[in-house]
Design a protein around this ligand. Structure first.
Ligand SMILES: NC(=O)c1ccc[n+]([C@@H]2O[C@H](COP(=O)([O-])OP(=O)(O)OC[C@H]3O[C@@H](n4cnc5c(N)ncnc54)[C@H](O)[C@@H]3O)[C@@H](O)[C@H]2O)c1
Length: 442
């Protein structure tokens, strides 16, 4: 099928979009294309996610029940674990994890395995797009060789390849997938034209760039920008605290400048599947070209040390009440890494739990979004632990309460009346209590 026939199919909305990996990125992407009347087929190794889509059961809390209900009833949407059906799709969009391994280097096993599977089913004319965050050069040096070897087809001639980073911000009420401009790099002009035409059906704007490695670098640049700026405000927080200045008041006031300043907020450390990880995809790759990555390393160092600063402030807070951390009971509020989502990947709350336990504290957590801790690779020993209940008797029973994540639905006024020792890493208590004998900013 020629390029113009493929474009016609997109315009006629008969072009089938295959999405591989139905997690925080893949599921909203599936929904976005579905809403614009494109036929979609989702693939995942995890039968639970596939069953949930088929039955209309939500598995990502902030995405809600309505969306799952619509997807499950639609005759334009299917989810399957049967990878033999990949040839049904006109495009295959890969949205699989890209974590770090134990040496803090890119772990490309998910991307490699997925690409190998795609290569076994690849047919002429298909468009393959990698959406996972990765280092510059992945598409050209890793993806295309695997696809060509497994299929016997030639990229740019027999099939199309592009890279388009996902910029999804789960739980952000102002920006969902369809409203976030999509950067696209193609392996050749035809791939770029086809990929842009596809995203144009469902996404507010496409931003074509010269090639796939530029698109890969765009995503890393965005997340390094965040990591460096978060590190800067975290450092300022510690300095200003020593000077008796409230960093939040400074940042709120600085944020009124209409140009040349962008407000970032300090916290207990970095969390989530992106900011703590993605910068190190570039440090790893930069070694190949013998370039130092000092900003990235320094930001990583400052952000990684933040949980230790929170511990120090907890020691000071308990000391104020003539108590030691050793033997105290500590309640951590918020296991998710950011407000109003259920994503606890790389959450600094886990690091805090470990550090408090090392100091002899007895630790519990409260999070309405994470009622039970799911098994994870990094913290398998916490799996199965349940959130405490939110009531006066329970909250009063803790020697210290540490706000790690400021979910909106937490009643901070109740907290102020129930606890005498609150360590606040998010400025969540600002409207609930100004009592400096009770609230200790960290
Ligand atoms: N979560 C975010 O906010 C976000 C934002 C922007 C970019 N990203 C990037 O998007 C990518 C995906 O992240 P995510 O948060 O959606 O991950 P996720 O863990 O939520 O989802 C990934 C899904 O891929 C599935 N999977 C793994 N290997 C597979 C395979 N071989 N075949 C089929 N399915 C497979 C998993 O079962 C899982 O359901 C990552 O590169 C991430 O860095 C994530």
């Amino acid at each position: 099928m020629s390029l113009s026939q493929q474009l016609d199919k997109i315009n006629n909305k008969t072009y089938k979009v295959g999405i591989i990996g139905l997690g925080y990125v893949g599921l909203p992407l599936m929904w976005t294309f579905h809403k614009k009347e494109m036929p979609v087929i989702g693939f995942d190794l995890d039968p639970h996610k596939v069953d949930c889509i088929t039955s209309g059961t939500p598995y990502i809390k902030h995405l809600g029940e309505e969306m799952m209900g619509i997807l499950s009833k639609s005759d334009r949407c299917e989810a399957t674990t049967d990878f033999n059906r990949m040839d049904e799709a006109d495009a295959l969009l890969m949205c699989v994890p890209t974590p770090l391994n134990h040496h803090r280097e890119p772990d490309m096993t998910y991307v490699e395995k997925t690409t190998e599977t795609v290569s076994e089913h690849l047919r002429e004319g298909q468009l393959v797009i990698l959406e996972s965050t990765t280092y510059p050069g992945t598409t050209e040096d890793l993806i295309i060789p695997i696809l060509e070897k497994g299929s016997g087809l030639k990229a740019g001639k027999d099939f199309y390849v592009a890279y388009s980073p996902e910029r999804e911000d789960p739980g952000n009420p102002d920006f969902n997938t369809s409203k976030i401009p999509k950067v696209v790099g193609g392996h050749g002009n035809d791939a770029l034209t086809l990929a842009c035409a596809l995203y144009d059906t469902a996404i507010v704007q496409t931003v074509p760039v010269s090639d796939t490695k530029t698109a890969e670098a765009v995503k890393l640049t965005e997340n390094i920008f965040r990591s460096v700026n978060i590190a800067m405000v975290n450092e300022l927080k510690v300095i200003y605290h020593a000077m008796g200045i409230d960093v939040h008041e400074v940042l709120d006031a600085a944020g009124t400048k209409p140009f040349g300043f962008m407000k970032f907020t300090p916290g207990p450390g970095l969390g989530g599947h992106c900011i703590p990880i993605d910068p190190f995809y570039l440090t790893w790759k930069a070694r190949e070209v013998e370039q130092p990555t000092r900003f990235i390393e320094l930001a990583g160092e400052i952000n990684t040390n933040m949980p230790r600063y929170v511990i120090r402030r907890t020691l000071e807070a308990l000391n104020h009440h003539k108590k030691a951390l050793n033997g105290s009971s500590v309640l951590l509020i918020g296991l998710a890494y950011k407000p109003n989502v259920d994503d606890d990947r790389e959450s600094p709350t886990y690091k805090l739990m470990e550090l408090y336990e090392e100091m002899g504290a007895d630790v519990s957590y409260y999070d309405p979004y994470v009622p039970v801790i799911r098994p994870s690779r990094e913290y398998p020993h916490y799996a199965g632990i349940k959130s405490v209940e939110w009531n006066e008797e329970t909250i009063r029973s803790f020697d210290a309460v540490v706000i790690a994540t400021n979910h909106d639905e937490i009643n901070y006024r109740e907290l102020a009346s129930w606890s005498d020792c609150i360590v606040d890493t998010r400025n969540a208590m600002k409207n609930a209590s100004q009592d400096s004998n009770k609230v200790f900013k960290a």
